[in-house]
Design a protein around this ligand. Sequence first.
Ligand code: MEV
Length: 427
Amino acid sequence: MTTTSTTSRLAGLRDRTVAERRRLIAENTGVELARLDVLEPVSGLQVEQANHLIENVIGVMSLPVGVATNFTINGRDVLVPMATEEASVVAAASNAARIARVRGGFTTSSTAPLMQAQVQVLDVVDPEAARARLLEAADEILRLANDQDPLLIRLGGGARELLVRLVRSQVQTYVVAHLVVDVRDAMGANAVNTMAEAVASRVGEIAGGRPLLRILTNKADLRVTRARAVFDAESLGGPEIVDNLVHAAALAEADPYRAATHNKGIMNGITAVVLATGNDTRAVEAGAHSHAVGPDGRYTSLSHYEKDADGDLVGVLELPMPVGLVGGATKAHPVARAALAILGVTTAQQLADVIVATGLAQNLAAMRALATEGIQRGHMSLHARNIAVTAGASGDEVDKVVARLISDRAIRSEHAEMVLAELRAAQ
Ligand code: MEV
């Protein structure tokens, strides 16, 4: 990570104009202000650029990009760009990060960036022996795979290991070879798919069967990142709330119905950062959901919480994080490039650290809201704020209009316009 970011503690950011916020982000990250111009829809992703990203392009769709504040990750302050259409997500992540920073913020650890590709082999008469033959030929197969990507090898990556599994289906037992590849700073799909296609016929020959599917697995369980944070009991609202949060997390661990919603909350944070940085949201989501199924085959929560010896709440989140800094939209999308500049990350690993820390913050914030006042009040006041600003309120008018919209239980634009007119007439 670059060292330019001075602080992520930008109190009152929400009360600034968009232009002021950009200036503050630029000042606090060392990113040139002009680089953030791409966040202006007219200068963001152009139709011509979009036309090179996918097929049959007819236009672009914009989403709000917000910046979550207060994050300290592995001892460094970082401002986190998030692309999401959902109100409260950015504010909630910032709130939880503020609580986490009391005890030093988030710390992370990761495996090497190992992606896997599968080669399925059909019609093998002696699957156990085929497995042994393939493992005996591992060096040859890995060499063949590595011949496909000299650049990856130069960067220190490449195919590292061959694993062979026997998958018993209702139709037959398939021999499934896994190429384990260190993809360095790439998401890695292209690299491993190319390798899998290149080795498939040799794998089929050695196994004595017909190769069929050759594709990466999104269950990227050899490429995981863990984030941990201690959430200060007092900042959370006291020991009773800590106990309630432990109960909230326990329900998610025990009950798949709650786990699905709990994990959705985690993904609110994760997907928003993955999207803002131009990475593949579906790959990360597929990896996350497959990781939520434990060895016993039961779907459960991705995060775990305990009370520590000081009575504070400790949260841990682990999931596969197949994201990259090279290739695809991360390079081609101007907003993704600006988001990566704001983050100041220089490796895919650092990006993964930020994403998983954001997921943990988002999760804690949702649980805390649910275990206290519920989520609707926060949602409603943010919604009221949007309506007030859209009606033309500015400066200290915003809070006054918001208060009236909530007390009148009428969070509607025509009501906001009326309240604003009344306020201005009374001055
Ligand atoms: C809403 O988008 C996410 C939550 O439902 C997550 C949760 O229930 O933990 C609030």
